[in-house]
Ligand binder design. Structure first.
Ligand SMILES: [Zn+2]
Length: 436
């Protein structure tokens, strides 16, 4: 398979560009780009499934990666050495307490927070940084609410590339910032929110000084789409009725849409799951847009507000691709409140599964969809958790000590809080604290 099999194509005007063209958007109309194959895969579904299963016992670096294991659907895996940290291969969990909480019979959680840097970003970053090296980029950069920063910093370090990260000053969790610093990236904290960071970085990338690896970069989406492959494989190629995702910059929703579309076109699955995106009510430009009848003008949210910092984004660049995914699958876009996110996160925790706040929008959203009748109790549902619990421990400690405040200052009740207990070191008081 040569890279000549693949090209970049504008999703709006369908202009085609070489795979090696250093573009982020269409140079003719400014539309988003897809990486696509020129012709369909020539291998039959049964052989592909067999091949992918066999690779699980291989020691080849590409086979150890949950992304590159599916490289029949990725560009250039045979032409270059891939930059990999063994990403993907994340668990699909049963979650009995969450299942009850949502009012369902069949709910599973796909935990993308179990990636090497603790978020789903790694599955896209392995492909984008491999592309960066392939086209000779020396300097990679991104704007980030934290997870992309941590991921890019790690992959850039593995690839021996210089790396610049632009983050909104004072708005990124310490854990995420610590990761980027430890991996050796230059971290620039600027005044302004994520959307300001994104504008600055796009300008910086225009003259070619840096290679931009935000999710506007179509190679990120290529890597992230393989999560659909891994998920379908884990479900023995039986697609769930619903797939529910958090919505921030909307690259992930776009990627799942593309992944399931390619699986369907290749005969690996017989239908697509309904893809529903859940946004925090204070950062919900996509939900507002979707609720309009005519879908005419996308209006950015100038001051997005949510404690779920990973999805605190008012100008999501990938919305046209996410809209395509939602529309073609018959899914939807909804919002949940800060209180709903906090409680859902605690329920996920009680299942022994730790996620960051943004991930919990999914369980909060599913509960709402079930109670509204949009999801039937007997439907099969998969929620995608995008980041690990340890990404934002301040939030967790405040919730469990019942001192969490929403961005507008209102108190978020610790309905499921679990406070630490101060006690003396005597056996008697410890037994009494444990009600023994
Ligand atoms: Zn175009």
């Amino acid at each position: 398979m040569s890279s000549g099999t693949y090209l970049q194509r504008c999703i709006a005007c369908h202009s085609e560009f070489d795979l090696a063209a250093r573009l982020y958007v269409c140079s003719r109309c400014g539309g988003l780009l897809d990486v696509d194959r020129r012709e369909a895969i020539a291998i039959d579904p049964a052989s592909l499934r067999e091949l992918w299963r066999a690779r699980k016992s291989s020691l080849d670096k590409r086979d150890r990666s949950g992304v590159w294991r599916f490289r029949e659907f990725l560009p250039f895996a045979d032409d270059v050495e891939v930059v990999s940290l063994g990403e993907g291969n994340t668990p699909l969990y049963d979650a009995p307490r969450c299942t009850d909480y949502c009012g369902l019979f069949h709910l599973k959680l796909k935990h993308q927070g179990c990636n090497p840097t603790g978020s789903f970003k790694d599955t896209g970053m392995t492909v984008a940084v491999t592309q960066a090296r392939r086209i000779g980029a020396r300097f990679v950069a991104c704007a980030s609410t934290g997870n992309t920063a941590a991921s890019l910093a790690a992959y850039a370090a593995r690839a021996d590339l210089r790396c610049a990260i632009i983050v909104p000053g004072g708005q990124v969790s310490h854990a995420k910032l610590a990761q980027a610093l430890d991996y050796g990236a230059k971290v620039l904290e600027i005044e302004g929110n994520f959307d300001v960071c994104m504008n600055v970085i796009r300008e910086l990338s225009e003259d070619g000084a840096v290679y931009l690896v935000n999710s506007i970069n179509p190679f990120r989406i290529e890597g992230q789409k393989t999560v659909a492959f891994e998920l379908a494989e884990q479900l023995e190629w039986r697609v769930p009725d619903h797939l529910v995702l958090p919505g921030g910059n909307l690259g992930n929703s776009s990627a799942f849409g593309k992944g399931f579309r390619e699986l369907l076109q290749s005969g690996l699955i017989d239908r697509m799951p309904r893809i529903t995106v859940v946004q925090a009510a204070g950062a919900a430009p996509f939900a507002r847009f979707y609720a309009e009848d005519d879908h005419r003008a996308f209006v950015n949210e100038e001051h997005p507000q949510t404690l779920a910092s990973a999805i605190k984004i008012g100008a999501p660049v990938s919305w046209p691709k996410a809209l395509r995914a939602v529309n073609e699958t018959g899914g939807g876009v909804i919002t949940v409140t800060e209180q709903e996110i906090a409680d859902a996160k605690a329920v996920i925790g009680r299942d022994g599964i730790g996620c960051e706040p943004a991930s919990a929008t999914t369980v909060a959203g599913i509960r709402k969809l079930v109670s509204d009748g949009a999801i039937a109790q007997s439907d099969s549902v998969v929620a995608v958790l995008t980041g690990h619990l340890l990404k934002d421990t301040d939030y967790v400690m405040q919730y469990h000590s019942d001192s969490l405040l929403a961005p507008d200052g209102t108190h978020i009740a610790g309905n499921l809080s679990n406070r630490p207990i101060r006690t003396s070191a005597s056996i008697g008081s410890i037994k009494s604290a444990l009600s023994m």
